[in-house]
Design a protein around this ligand. Structure first.
Ligand code: C5P
Length: 307
């Protein structure tokens, strides 16, 4: 194991953000979490992480990118927590790392940015430190860090059950073109789940819409657009009513479907193809809504090595 590696060795990992194509939630459990049945899709919005050796017990992080000022670089950062957890689990007290994170996944945007960074750190540090950590071990460590971390390790299109941390692949054909409307304001996930509990609207059960799964198997973008569903959306809209207009504008501009991504406030619109996505992005930009309009595609892989 470990250390006679060149001091200047760098391990680079890219992790992707996600959209929830379907999210069904049960009531709050005694541990504070909600039982979910959700279909994740990893999309082409990325955080890149570089990991280098540091002195034993030394763990530090630098964050760059447009929203870097919103991301804590201290021990509360999920990437640092992931590195420390992996080091602890390895039992080797000689480990340390210096992490350099370049963010483009929206911060507190409902796209699992923090979880993606944790997934990236687990993978990067296990390679940097030359640990014998298998994929299942990484998934288990990831689940301990956050409900979305296991999906961020696997990527693609997948069903998440339990807290969303038990992952099974979903058959999906083709590539989907999305237009994201990023929001000015953050929307913390716990606050959205709290509002969800307050609203306690008609419960749909933990059933993933069968028509959504059939649309994915068939590569049917129109069918997928119709079947997008998110039990957290009424809660997110109640906390951020301005998102209703975003959804309405995307609909008027001919999106196949629109949905608040996870707990929001990012809104994701599905387009029929790349050309329609460009037109939709131009239309949404012209309307001047949101902080930024971004075109992405999915599915893409989860956390992966770049070198
Ligand atoms: O696991 P993670 O730290 O990403 O979750 C953030 C918060 O989101 C939790 O503290 C909880 O309030 C809420 N959550 C939930 N049920 C889930 C996933 C997340 O209530 N299945």
């Amino acid at each position: 194991m470990a250390s006679p590696l060149a001091e200047d060795e760098v391990v680079r990992v890219r992790a992707s953000g996600k959209i929830n194509l379907a999210l069904r939630s049960g009531p709050r459990r005694s541990d504070g979490y909600h039982e979910l049945a959700t279909v994740f899709q990893a999309v082409s919005v990325y955080d890149d992480l570089e990991a280098r050796w540091a002195d034993p017990g030394q763990f530090d992080l630098r964050v760059r990118g447009e929203q870097a000022s919103l991301v804590p670089a201290d021990d509360s950062n999920l990437a640092l927590k992931a590195a420390r957890l992996l080091a602890l689990t390895s039992g080797n007290r000689g480990l340390g790392c210096s992490l350099d994170l370049r963010k483009t996944i929206p911060v507190t945007g409902g796209m699992a940015g923090g979880s993606a960074d944790a997934a990236a750190a687990l993978l990067a540090c296990s390679v940097l430190w030359d640990l014998d950590t298998g994929p299942d071990d990484l998934l288990e460590l990831g689940a301990g860090l956050g409900a979305d971390v296991p999906f961020c390790l696997t990527g693609g299109t997948a069903l998440g059950t339990g807290r969303g941390d038990r992952i099974a692949p979903v058959l999906s054909r083709g590539s989907y073109h999305w237009v994201l409307v990023l929001s000015e304001a953050e929307l913390p996930t716990p606050a959205v789940f709290r509002r969800f509990d307050e609203l306690r609207g008609a419960r749909s059960g933990l059933v993933t819409p069968p028509e959504l799964l059939s649309a994915l198997i068939a590569g049917d973008a129109a069918g997928l657009g119709r079947a997008l569903t998110n039990d957290l959306q009424p809660a997110a809209l109640s906390l951020r009513p301005e998102l209703k207009r975003v959804l309405a504008v995307g609909d008027e501009l001919g999106a196949l479907g629109g949905i608040v991504s996870g707990s929001g406030p990012t809104v994701a619109f599905l387009a029929a193809d790349e050309r329609s996505a460009i037109e939709l992005a131009v239309g949404l930009t012209t309307e001047g809504i949101g902080r930024e309009v971004r075109r992405v595609h999915g599915p893409v892989p989860g956390a992966r090595l770049l070198n």
